[in-house]
Design a protein around this ligand. Sequence first.
Ligand code: CA
Length: 456
Amino acid sequence: MEKSGNKRYLVTWSDGKTDLTKASNLLGITADKCKAGVSFMETDAIPGKDDVMHFENLGITSMELTSDEAVNLLEKEGILAVEEDTEMHILELPQNEEYNSFLGSNANLEPIPSESPDFRNGYNKALTDMFASMLKLGQADLQAPAIAGNPVPGPFFWPFPILKKQAIPWNINLVKAPQAWARGFNGSGIKVAVLDTGIATHPDLVVAGGVSFIPGVVSYNDGNSHGTHCAGIIGARNNWIGVVGVAPLCELYAVKVLADSGSGSSSGIIAGMEWCITNGIKVASMSLGSTSGPSVAWANAIKHCQDNGVTVVCASGNSYVDTSPVFPWVNAPANSFVMGARTASPIAVGAVDLASLIAYFSSRGGQNENWNQVTLVAPGVNINSTIPGNGYGKKSGTSMATPHVAGIAALVCQRFPGILPVGVKARLAQTATNLGPAGFDLTYGYGLINCDSATL
Ligand code: CA
């Protein structure tokens, strides 16, 4: 009988309405030991072995148990499952990243902002007046000198500044986001949460708010770069610098559920999902996972999110080429299958390259009827986006494909106010551009997301 080596477990309640008092009664612990998980974990507290964290909106409790206690607990009334709290990881390929300059490598040189004579004359007059005032000179003193080709002195014409204009990255064009923007669908007013390593401050990002569920860490700053990169794919601003995201006017929220190492506990991610429900988040982007099968806790957490208006988008995984152990299938939590309600299962996202071919690493469906399969694909190879330090860099992985789908989900939420998560998923599937065999298949799902047709 093993008594040492407690582990943290996720207890899933069969009644989704089990509140804090009911949970502590059923678990036989005093109410002071059973804490509301979100408010406990958003502080700098480090959960100890006696700290039981309850997530009322998801019907899940996180607690430390011995393996014997876990087996015994499962016998109790009202408990659907007792499963180990596994670690989840960023789904980014290890690679040598190419970092570009502050302004991005793909910027074009273009004069701003208008060629109109009125603008040019006003600009010229404003600069002449300003210099005349600064130098205490009359207008006549600011005449251009006689030079070859222009022998008569005349008004000085100030050169226009040359700024770099942001180009549209290939991946944003591939998913046809600019066509949706042209009709006014840019994510405006839609709250999108990035459940990741946090988001760093960046001149190409506007972060509306956030929270950290990493033990001992209060700031949602990103010490990894994965979360900042994903955030840029969703919502980098449409301006004169760097890149632009799929939904450049959405409201980005940084929900730090992965430490700067790139990993985090399932409990912390569960906390992030409950935070999304209570904070009016419409889309949760989860570029994270592990090579394991579906669990009851994940299926329930995702179903509760979607029942409460949060569309859950998860990376399919990068394990197609894994050899030891062999796990070519869709990773957890993307593989969570809500029994009897496939439509309430998460949107699982695979990665394609710039030729719309499946990435060699992108995890595939097909292993089991009762696992969620690949739903859609999006660009996920050599994607340029925002990184900490005011820069830009390229990354690959289904982690990069996932935020494209979170972005299009925001566009669809703006296009169809009040649409439910099942409706968002159906809309994205119906309007996707088929790839591979005709119709749904286990590699590409319903195909490549299409922002143009999804927002018609
Ligand atoms: Ca930009």
